[in-house]
Design a protein around this ligand. Sequence first.
Ligand SMILES: *[C@@H]1O[C@H](CO)[C@@H](O)[C@H](O)[C@H]1NC(C)=O
Length: 250
Amino acid sequence: MRFLPLFMGFTLTVLAAPSPPFFRATSLNGKPLAIIPIGDSITFGAGDPSGNGYRGPLYDLLTKAHAKATFLGDQVNGNFSQPHHQGYPGASTTMIADAVAKIYDSMDPDLVLLHVGVTDAAVAAGTQEPAPIACLGEVEKLIDRVSEFWPRATVLVARIIPVDTAWTDIDGAVETQWNVDRINERISSVVAQRAYFGRRIMLVDMSHGQITAADLTDFAHPGPAGYAKMAGLWFTGIQDVVAKGWVSEP
Ligand SMILES: *[C@@H]1O[C@H](CO)[C@@H](O)[C@H](O)[C@H]1NC(C)=O
C-alpha cells in the first residue's frame, strides 16, 4: 500500500498529456518568452563582429531548450533572426531610462534583462569626481521603473561585468573598476530588497570572477567567447525564474 501513491504517480505521468499545466509553468519547453534586453554598448553587442553580443548565443541556448523566444526593442543589431534590443552605445543609465520610457507601452515582455552602469562608471572615472558617483541612484531608479513599465514581467538584473584595468591609456581605468564595484554593491542591495518585498526580480552575477578581463576584447567589451559566457549566465537565470513559476503567460 505504501508504494501505491508512487505507482499511481508514475502511471499518471505516463498517461498524462504531453504538457500538463504544472510542467508548462516551470519548463522552457514550448514556453513563449518575449524578452527585452536593456543596456548600453554591451547589450548592443560592441566588440562582437556579428553584432549579436550576448543576445545571439542566448537565443541559441533558448532555442535548443525549445523555448519560443522573441527579443523585443526598437534598436536592431546583429545578424541572427531576433536582432531587436534596447541597448544604447555610450548612453548613461539616465539616457537609457529616457529612451525606454518613450517606447515601453508598445511592448509586453515576459522577461527584462538589465545590464546597466558600465558607461556611467567610465564617464564618472574620466571626469572624476570622488565617490559616491551620481549614477547609483539612477541605476536604482531604472531597476524600479522597468517593474513599473511592465508589471507582468520578471526582471533579471546583472551585477555588471568588469573592465580591463590593464588599459592604462584609458583615462581612469582603475577608477572605472572601482565605480563598477560600487554600482554592483548597489545593484545587489536593491534587488535583494525588492525581491524580499515580493517583486519578481533576480540577480544574475556577471561581476569579476564570472566574467574576467580575459573575456574582454577591449577596455570594456567582451569578444564573442565572453559574450557566450554572459549568455550562459543569463540562460541559467532564466531557467531559475521559470522554474520558480515566475514567468506568466500573457
Ligand atoms: C554573422 O557575422 C559573423 C561575423 O561577421 C559571420 O562570421 C557570420 O557568418 C554571420 N552569420 C550570418 C548568419 O550571416
